[in-house]
Write a protein that binds this ligand. Structure first.
Ligand code: 5GP
Length: 114
């Protein structure tokens, strides 16, 4: 997998506003927030996209999916609601090739997405 800006954030080589850090994943504010709350949750292990996942990643994914609602509570948006988005590949709008979960909240989010 090619080096990405997220690997540099994991290693602390470039700054990020980190809101969660554990052995398996890191969460930080998106540099170009699309909502009042826009946090990215990423696995520390380099995984390019959803396409690279296998059954052996089930534990990691289960962990990330429990961290996300914890973060929503921490950021004060669990009651108002939030959206979790994973962009995959070119048509999915993925621009950084390191798997990441967008946690978006703080305003009503339109559906369907553009
Ligand atoms: P994607 O378009 O791949 O689904 O999402 C990538 C996200 O990473 C974008 O929302 C973009 O703003 C964010 N991003 C790109 N570079 C940086 C960075 O250096 N720092 C932070 N915090 N976010 C970044």
């Amino acid at each position: 997998m090619a080096e990405t800006v997220f690997s540099k954030i994991i290693r602390g080589e470039i700054p990020a506003k980190i809101v969660h850090d554990d052995e398996q994943c890191l969460a930080f504010h998106d540099i170009s927030a699309q909502a009042p709350v826009h946090v990215l949750v990423i696995p520390k292990r380099p995984i390019e996209s959803l396409e690279q996942l296998s059954a052996s990643d089930a534990g990691l994914l289960g962990h990330i999916w429990t961290v996300i609602p914890q973060l929503a509570r921490q950021l004060g948006v669990s009651e108002s609601g939030y959206r979790v988005v994973v962009n995959c590949g070119r048509d999915g709008g993925q621009s950084v090739d390191h798997l990441h979960f967008h946690l978006l909240a703080g305003r009503p989010l339109k559906w369907p997405p553009g």
